[in-house]
Design a protein around this ligand. Structure first.
Ligand code: THG
Length: 377
């Protein structure tokens, strides 16, 4: 962190891999779950090109785990998750929105069932631990809740399988998407999932012993040289192309899963009763008032947003851009826009406020961005 503008302190917690990330030339950080998350190494575009061609190692320790352990762990998991976890299987990952009593989204973690009575919720950027603890205390549940010493390390990119097979053995190739299994690293068992915040394919290693961090990083790095490995991080361009939503950017407590296109991860028609279910059922019945859409925006290369940009039609405000960036493979600026439901149509022409004055935008489905990138390749 030397030379960076962020003044170091204990609150900006280090990770088991911080020394390696800084030695390998991180150029920018963001703050996520009170920790540093790299956002750029060479440049957004260089990092993106490399991620799509080779393999990268990402310190995603900021994806903290909220651990539920004990006789009521499963009951509590089912209560907080808007996705039905009643039949959750050990060894599986579930993208599971968490809502408050009004159906507002308070986190969008991946839930991992480690055992009958043990879950990890691998969280996005909000303090889910406090919410979960409050519920458990209020209801007098018999469950222990903590943030364990667990730090995910992601290996992403087209050579991820080859590299991971070199480090952990050929068997790792058999792990299916959103499944996990324990693999031995120097006699220490580590849970490894086929997952990660890109669509380039890869794994996430849930390191559960900080003391092993540098050794693990260095072992992967050494084997990765022949695949042209680089240090990387979740990439803004690639994740917008992929339609991966970012908590705090594309959604927050003003939104429900139905408004941001996550209805397929919400179980409104099953038996399970979870916090926010009644509110979401009601919203489904009366209809949503706004909807998150994909958008392509004319004009020169857009810089990353710090504030939402206004979206209008014939001078009337209809919503805002939540994320936007120039995509080389798309061949233009793309992003997500939260749009009034009455205006949220594919192909609708809108105006977007930008530094260079108003720019024309065209709305699309979020999934269309990825489809367009694939057809341009
Ligand atoms: N990995 C881990 N923890 C995380 C993230 C992660 N916590 C924070 C954040 N990312 C949570 N959000 C997401 C959002 C999307 C996905 C994963 C985590 C994702 N979605 C797949 C997709 O959209 O293609 C599909 C998932 C499915 O079909 O079940 O991967 O990345 N450990």
């Amino acid at each position: 962190m030397s030379g960076s503008l962020l003044f170091p302190s204990r609150r900006l917690r280090a990770t088991p891999f911080t020394s390696r990330v800084s030695a390998l030339g991180v150029a920018g950080y963001t703050v996520y779950n009170h920790m540093l998350l790299a956002t750029v190494f060479e440049s957004l575009q260089e990092d993106y090109k490399h991620l799509k061609e080779y393999v990268q190692i990402w310190d995603v320790s900021v994806e903290r785990q909220v651990q539920l352990l004990g006789p009521d762990a499963h009951k509590l998991a089912c209560m907080i998750s808007a996705r039905d976890l009643t039949n959750a299987k050990v060894g599986r990952c579930y993208y599971a929105p968490i809502c408050d009593q009004n159906g507002a989204i308070i986190n969008d973690p991946i839930a991992l069932r480690l055992a009958e009575n043990k879950y990890w919720f691998s969280i996005s950027d909000s303090d889910l631990l406090l919410w979960v603890q409050g519920i458990a205390i209020g209801l007098g549940l018999n469950v222990d809740i903590c943030e364990p010493d667990v730090s995910p390390l992601a290996i992403q990119g087209p050579f991820a399988d080859d590299l991971m097979a070199d480090v952990f053995g050929e068997e790792i190739r058999e792990v299916k998407f959103f499944h996990f299994k324990a693999f031995s690293f120097r006699g220490h068992m580590l849970n490894i999932a086929r997952s990660g915040w890109s669509k380039q394919g890869g794994f996430e290693i849930y390191l559960d012993d900080t003391n092993l961090g540098e050794e693990l990083w260095d072992a992967i790095w050494a084997k990765g040289k022949k695949y042209n490995i680089r240090a990387g991080c979740p990439n803004l361009i690639e994740r917008v192309e992929a339609g991966l939503l970012s908590y705090g950017n594309d959604m927050n407590r003003e939104d429900t899963p139905l408004e941001i296109g996550l209805e397929k991860y919400v179980s409104l028609d099953s038996e399970v009763d979870f916090i926010g279910k009644a509110a979401l059922q009601k919203q489904r019945k009366v209809g949503i008032k706004k909807r998150l859409m994909g958008i392509e925006i004319d004009g020169s290369k857009m810089p990353p947003l710090t504030m939402p940009k206004k979206v209008s039609i014939e001078g009337k405000n209809v919503g805002m851009i939540t994320s936007a960036v120039f995509s080389p493979d798309y061949g233009g600026n793309i992003g997500f826009a939260m749009i009034k439901a009455s205006n949220a149509y594919v192909g609708a022409e809108v105006m977007v406020d930008s530094e260079e004055g108003p720019q024309r935008g065209i709305l699309c489905e979020i999934g269309d961005l990825w489809a367009q990138v694939q057809s341009n390749r």
